[in-house]
Design a protein around this ligand. Structure first.
Ligand code: NDP
Length: 266
């Protein structure tokens, strides 16, 4: 029987993960089938347990279930525990195992695809949800000179930063007067064409603005370009985090560049 995997989310119909994993499988000669599961907002655990009972070997987890997935996993990796969020579940072990490849995906995209060196840079991370939680530790490991976290609900940014000293956290307004070399938008604001209330002069000369949202030009990227910053969406992160999940399940590293190029061309 073909090994089965799936992405679980709500909504999930828009997900590019089935297509990406199909490309990885073809490229590496792995016989897998990868689908999409729409789980009810209050029914994540049941949906995944059913998939596992039916022979599902692994799952990716997307919005809004990454914290549910962390609770679902009986064992988890150090990076998933640091993030308290899981985007990759291994279901063919004795007990469900959770990992988080979002951070590796972001860093991989920044360093390999965009040639961006984080060392010594002033970095602002916008948002404090599942995606933001997954990238704080890997960002700090890359050696920025400063990491600030800002969120609409400032308390959450403060709590998140508190878990990762020397990161600092607070509201967008508190950043007035500061400038950053790299501004990462880990909010979902762009999905509804909204822009978090970022101070206008936030982008340092030569800054890079990175929006984890992909497949659309967000107000954040437009404002960044107007301010003279370089701008990138999160498509490369999506492909890189998927490749890391594929490696966890199959033990093979797929090549990401042709898959990203095909997605960009599409
Ligand atoms: P969550 O729902 O966990 O968190 C959403 C975050 O966005 C919160 O910090 C929330 O702030 C903030 N937010 C939402 N709307 C607004 C708004 N109008 N103004 C300001 N802040 C807002 O989502 P995730 O963290 O899981 O995902 C965030 C985004 O990142 C999604 O769009 C997702 O698609 C994308 N993503 C992309 C990946 C990739 O590979 N490219 C990987 C993972 C995620 P508050 O706390 O105040 O509600």
């Amino acid at each position: 029987m073909t090994d089965r995997y799936a992405v679980v989310g709500n909504p999930v119909a828009h997900s590019k993960s089935p297509w990406i994993h199909a490309q990885f499988a073809r490229q590496t000669g792995q016989a897998i089938e990868y689908g999409a599961i729409l789980a009810p907002i209050d029914g994540f655990s049941r949906a995944v347990a059913e998939f596992r009972a039916a022979g599902g070997r692994g799952a990716n987890v997307t919005l809004p279930f990454k914290q549910d997935a962390f609770r679902f996993a009986a064992r988890s990796s150090e990076r998933a525990r640091a993030a308290q969020a899981v985007n990759t579940l291994v279901l063919d072990a004795d007990v469900p195992y959770g990992d988080n490849t979002d951070g590796a995906g972001l860093i991989g995209d920044l360093q390999r695809n965009l040639g961006y060196d984080l060392a010594g840079k002033r970095v602002l991370l916008m948002g404090a949800g599942g995606a933001a939680q997954g990238v704080v530790a890997p960002l700090l490991e890359a050696g920025p000179s400063r990491l600030a976290i800002a969120n609409r609900t400032a308390r959450k940014a403060l709590e998140l930063a508190g878990r990762f000293p020397p990161a600092t956290g607070g509201s967008y307004a508190e950043l007035a007067g500061e400038q950053f070399d790299l501004v990462i938008n880990a909010t979902s604001a762009g999905l509804s064409d909204e822009l978090p209330s970022l101070p206008r002069a936030i982008f340092a000369k030569g800054a890079l603005a990175y929006d984890m949202v992909y497949g659309r030009d967000t107000p954040f990227l437009r404002v960044a370009r107007e301010a003279g910053a370089a701008a990138s969406d999160g498509l490369g992160m999506l492909v890189e985090q998927a490749a890391e999940s594929f490696f966890i399940w199959r033990g093979v590293h797929p090549e990401t560049a042709p898959v990203l190029a095909a997605l960009r061309g599409a």
